[in-house]
Design a protein around this ligand. Structure first.
Ligand code: NAI
Length: 345
């Protein structure tokens, strides 16, 4: 029996993970709280922890988990900016779900974009109130517009394919451009200058943090629409708000927000909002916020649960080799042991 402390549990997690756990003799200790310095004790007696995007897995938490005998952190998400992988190295192995449904995220980005540009959210509210006026609902055609895609990995490329279906002109920037992918790569500066729509699909790293900030917004076209389904920290939200107030940014579609950790995924209706910046953003007529929902499809949830359980089993039951393990050497070919089909440590 493998015992897993499962942090930040939601109802949909219980369903999808419960069924796979029962098949493989894995016992999940479903905890509603997030993992952080105060809640790490709850993992005592378990063999591993399973965490999501807003759990805090810093050096202190890692040391405590290690002291409890925990040797595996199983992320049930793709991004791992919330895990100090350097602190974990040599102590606790980290596995993740690198791809569960890139379609879910790319399609949500498109859904946000269409909703925003064609004012669907406004029309929905109006017609429910028997207001059939069209004033203020004018959008623009996607066809012929230039969309700039930052990050052309799994999600970015699907997003590009969908945009091409609309007849859009696609340009892209990636720190590591894909060879022979038929993508028209430009510099980041050119992308800012030429795009009518900008969609973010790169990871949050020290390099990409606040890549959308005052000086980058300055370079953009007036009326640009910004879509972020990646990580909130990619955008300096204060600068975004300034750009909106200056009428420079035409619309913003945000599935993520830098300070989302204590806000998103929970029902906060009836609470006085503490985050003034988010409150001001939400109050803007041209901003749509969804609460980190892009991954939420049946297919994605099933893939997340199945892959996480496979990751856990490969760690405990086979030779410990897991394709989805990651460490801070990942991406550095010469230092990466996984490239040589060995465990990270
Ligand atoms: P991926 O790893 O397949 O692609 C990321 C791409 O970004 C790669 O092509 C990489 O070369 C590029 N990149 C890395 N550093 C860059 C930089 N400095 N500038 C520009 N490009 C850079 O990742 P995938 O699966 O496409 O996911 C992208 C992001 O989407 C994840 O990092 C995650 O943060 C976010 N995500 C959001 C979800 C949501 O529910 N809102 C769900 C899943 C992922």
């Amino acid at each position: 029996m493998i015992r897993i402390a499962f942090y930040d549990t939601k109802e949909y997690d219980r369903q999808s993970f419960g069924q796979y756990g029962a098949l493989h003799d894995i016992q999940f200790r479903f905890l509603e709280t997030r993992l952080n310095e105060d809640t790490v004790e709850l993992a005592k007696g378990c063999d591993a922890v399973c965490v999501f995007v807003n759990d805090t897995v810093n050096a202190m938490v890692i040391d405590r988990l290690y002291a409890f005998g925990i040797r595996l952190i199983a992320l049930r998400c793709a991004g791992y900016n919330n895990v100090d992988v350097k602190a974990a190295f040599g102590k606790i192995h980290v596995v993740r779900v690198p791809a569960y449904s890139p379609y879910a995220i790319a399609e949500h980005a498109i859904a946000l974009l269409l909703t925003s540009v064609r004012r669907i959210h406004k029309a929905y509210n109006r017609t429910r109130d028997f207001n059939f006026s069209l004033n203020g609902l004018t959008g623009f055609d996607f066809h012929g517009k230039t969309v700039g895609v930052i990050g052309t990995g799994k999600i970015g490329r699907i997003f590009i394919d969908i945009c091409r279906g609309f007849g859009m002109n696609v340009i892209a920037y990636d720190r590591f451009p894909a060879k022979d992918a038929g993508i028209d790569y430009v510099t980041l500066e050119q992308l800012f200058e030429q795009s009518d729509i900008i969609s973010l699909h790169c990871p949050l790293t020290d390099e990409t943090r606040h890549m959308i900030r005052a000086d980058s917004i300055e370079k953009m076209k007036k009326g640009v629409v910004i879509v972020n389904t990646s990580r909130g920290g990619l955008i300096d939200a204060e600068a975004l708000l300034d750009g909106i107030k200056a009428r420079k940014i035409g619309a913003a579609c945000l599935d993520v927000y830098e300070e989302e950790a204590d806000i998103f995924f929970e029902d906060r209706s009836g609470h006085i909002p503490d985050d003034d910046l988010l409150t001001r953003l939400i109050s803007m007529p041209n901003v749509i916020v969804t609460s980190h929902q892009a991954f939420l499809t049946n297919e994605a949830l099933d893939n997340i649960a199945r892959t996480t359980v496979e990751n856990i089993l490969s760690f405990y039951e086979k030779d410990g080799l897991c394709d989805n393990e990651l460490c801070y050497h990942c991406g550095h070919i010469e230092e990466c042991r996984k490239e040589r089909k060995e465990r990270c440590f």
